[in-house]
Design a protein around this ligand. Structure first.
Ligand code: AMP
Length: 281
């Protein structure tokens, strides 16, 4: 595996791989890699010959009171894990390399970011779509991989590629979980041991909704009430949202057919956690 920090070095390496006939995959991350990220690499290897992973904690997608400064970082550990799983090129840009002159232009979503994460984190998705667009332009991948873990991000990146005619395929990888059901996340490292136990309530609530749906319950409101009740029973867990939504517009549904997504965000202590499940999948 080669590690590079300069945009030109990425372009050169990708050009050479493409000249050799390789299909190029991009796995964008913010690092502190876990098995969820590495599942994206495994999927990338099935769909491409040359896998580029970016590790960049993108300041543009953090609000002024968010965890940018304390976001967990481990460059050496990330490089070892990426190399072991078969990443060919690891791109570790600096903030200066990515935003040398600030941001006179951003990619701003319309509407899809007004609810859920977008409502709690104003500007977050403009930051995400801007950096994703930059990474797509730098790497020019044939395929890019994202995790279902971030359901609203998936909906927005799909809209980005569709609405701006970006010439690449998206592959969405199912959420990788710890043995007790908790969705893997770099932010789990913020949890105290006690909070880590309480964090199970998110996946437990989703599992209960899945069970009810499998038993035939199709009322969005009933499913939501049942899931929310499980979270509200847990001390020190406060629900930001728990909703059954359609997979494209992410609007709450009265009738929860297959393919609808149950999304949850909750604070466990001071840590905000996200999870979701696709019904009928
Ligand atoms: P992040 O480093 O949190 O920005 O995540 C980078 C990519 O990994 C995103 O596409 C995430 O959706 C994906 N990802 C994060 N956690 C998981 C997980 N537990 N399972 C699958 N994909 C994940």
């Amino acid at each position: 595996m080669r590690t590079v920090r300069a945009i030109d070095a990425v372009r050169d390496a990708v050009r050479r791989a493409r000249d050799d006939g390789a299909r190029i995959a991009l796995v964008p991350t913010m690092g502190f890699l876990h098995d969820g990220h590495l599942a994206l690499v495994e999927a990338a290897r099935l769909h491409a010959d040359f896998v580029v992973m970016s590790v960049f904690v993108n300041p543009l997608q953090f609000g002024p009171t968010e965890d940018l400064a304390r976001y967990p970082r481990d460059e050496a550990g990330d490089a070892a894990k990426a190399a072991e799983r078969g990443v060919d090129l690891l791109f570790l840009p600096t903030v200066d390399a990515m935003y040398p002159t600030g941001t006179a232009v951003r990619v701003v979503p319309e509407g899809l970011d007004l609810r859920w994460e977008g409502a709690v984190r104003p500007g977050h998705f403009a930051g995400v779509l801007t950096v994703v667009t930059k990474l797509f332009n730098i790497v020019q991948p044939d395929v890019a991989l994202f995790g279902q873990k971030d359901a609203q991000q998936v909906a927005l990146v799909r809209a980005l590629v569709r609405d701006l005619d970006m010439p690449l395929d998206l592959i969405i990888v199912p959420t990788v979980r710890e043995a007790d059901g908790v969705a893997m996340s770099s932010r789990n490292s913020y949890l105290t041991p006690d909070e880590r136990v309480r964090a199970r309530a998110l996946s437990r609530a989703l599992a209960e909704v899945r069970r009810m749906h499998a038993d035939g319950q199709r009322s969005g409101a009933t499913l939501e009430r049942a899931g929310r009740a499980i979270l509200e029973r847990e001390d020190d867990v406060s629900v930001d949202y728990f909703a059954v939504v359609d997979p494209v517009r992410l609007e709450p549904v009265a009738h929860a057919g297959d393919g609808c997504i149950v999304i949850v965000a909750a604070r466990v202590g001071r840590t905000r956690l996200l999870d979701n499940t696709v019904l009928g999948a």
